[in-house]
Write a protein that binds this ligand. Sequence first.
Ligand SMILES: *Cc1c(COP(=O)(O)O)cnc(C)c1O
Length: 392
Amino acid sequence: MIPSILPTYNRAPLHFTKGEGAWLIEEDGRRFLDLGAGIAVNALGHAHPALVKALTDQAQNLWHVSNLYEIPQQQALADKLTEASFADTVFFTNSGTEACELAVKMARKYWYDKGHPEKTDIITFAGSFHGRSSAGIAAAGSEKMVKGFGTLLPGFVHLPWDDPEALLAAITETTGAILIEPVQGEGGIRPVADAYLKELRSLCDEKGILLILDEVQCGVGRTGKLFAHEWAGITPDIMMVAKGIGGGFPLGAVLATEEAASGMTAGTHGSTYGGNPLGCAVGCAVMDIVADPDFLADVNRRAGLLRQKLEALVASHPQVFEGVRGMGLMLGLKCVAPNMDVVQAGYDVELLTVPAADNVLRLLPPLTLTDEEIAEAVNRLDAAASAVEEAL
Ligand SMILES: *Cc1c(COP(=O)(O)O)cnc(C)c1O
């Protein structure tokens, strides 16, 4: 008989009842150190007092009015995001994949209104992930995601991940945009080199193509900059954000320049819940903390400490790990042993990590992880790796 929850996930038999910072407490009392943070969502850890206050204060007053009316919390968050980024304008969604939907529509409408309705093609890359909506799976295009789901949204051109020549050859009269994650998350924590992002920007400028960045996983302080593309010193035309921006409350956004957004006039897009007062109140509280340069400097310091300890860990477990990759607190341990074995061994030592493609173990801890928690995390990873070695 089918379970009462549609069985699309293989879940670990863990029941968490409470969260505190980087810790999740199981029903039976065990305390798990959470290096997954709800897949890079709980950017400030669990039950951060500023977020709890923002949410509960808002909940006392007003939950929802719809976008038929002005929403001050939405305005405040849009102002914070535009002030802190390249963007001139923001549309709020409830998830990353909804942000992907709008990014695609926005790029196509831009060219349509410019008198180039043929420029509907969007170039995407192998190993990418843009969510599970019809546009999201069509954009990523991997067999695992699209097989069995019938005719896909047309207009995506899938290229190998790191092949500048294939990219040049793929650009035609119908190319409207390039869509890329500055650091692939699901694909196995694969950062795009700064030099390549710069090249993409120049190529887009030269050929008149929109650059869309998917920063759903790598944005909001995760790499040690507010947005990952800042490391390369470039700006996109359109950017998708979600996960960390809500700190655990469902919230996403599309950020864009005035030019790229010029086709999106009244009536061209909408969302019932997008930009609701609850989500935006929490988003404002997240931005107030994460956009602070001192906070980001400390994320970078702690990320450096974690990385150093992980390099030593990898060196002492060559049968389990072969390398560390990623940026900031978006790190991947490339495994030699099956990555799921390490995830499972982690559960036995009360440590939560997340698998990714390419046999990578993802570490996406709360950005607030302390020095002591970093030491504890590496001790537990060491114990998990030893258990995996013993079972080999
Ligand atoms: C998680 C993710 C998405 C999809 O976000 P949802 O909120 O699950 O719809 C899109 N792009 C990237 C890079 C992601 O990591």
